[in-house]
Design a protein around this ligand. Sequence first.
Ligand code: SF4
Ligand code: SF4
Length: 126
Amino acid sequence: MTEEKEFFRCRECGVCCHGETTVSLNADDLERMASYLKMPIAELKERYLRETDGVVQMQIVEGHCIFYNGGCTVHPGKPWRCTEWPLHPSILHDRNNFETIKNSCPGIAKDISYEKFCEKMVGLKP
Ligand code: SF4
Ligand code: SF4
């Protein structure tokens, strides 16, 4: 068992792709996703994204990200925040955030302490 699997293993449950909001996309995300879907960024925005006060997110359809269909249908082109989830850097500065994420993601070991989780996360960085 790897170090990572001791404290996190994705169960591919899709919980993190559900809800009324999604992660936001930066300029690199837009380019990567448009390239993966082989369409201009303008068309990507029109068909799949929404923008509120300058924040670009995926559209929500029936309570989940528009790209969720039993799994991520744009896996190679998904936003970087989706790629790193749930190992989000904000956890390192916010115990409450850790508890919220831990409670929503069944892939995080339930018995791991906040301190140990942070230690493991920092250990993953190159
Ligand atoms: S909620 Fe956690 S376990 Fe479920 S798909 Fe997302 S990262 Fe994986
Ligand atoms: S882009 Fe993929 S991984 Fe990210 S929220 Fe949508 S379906 Fe989930």
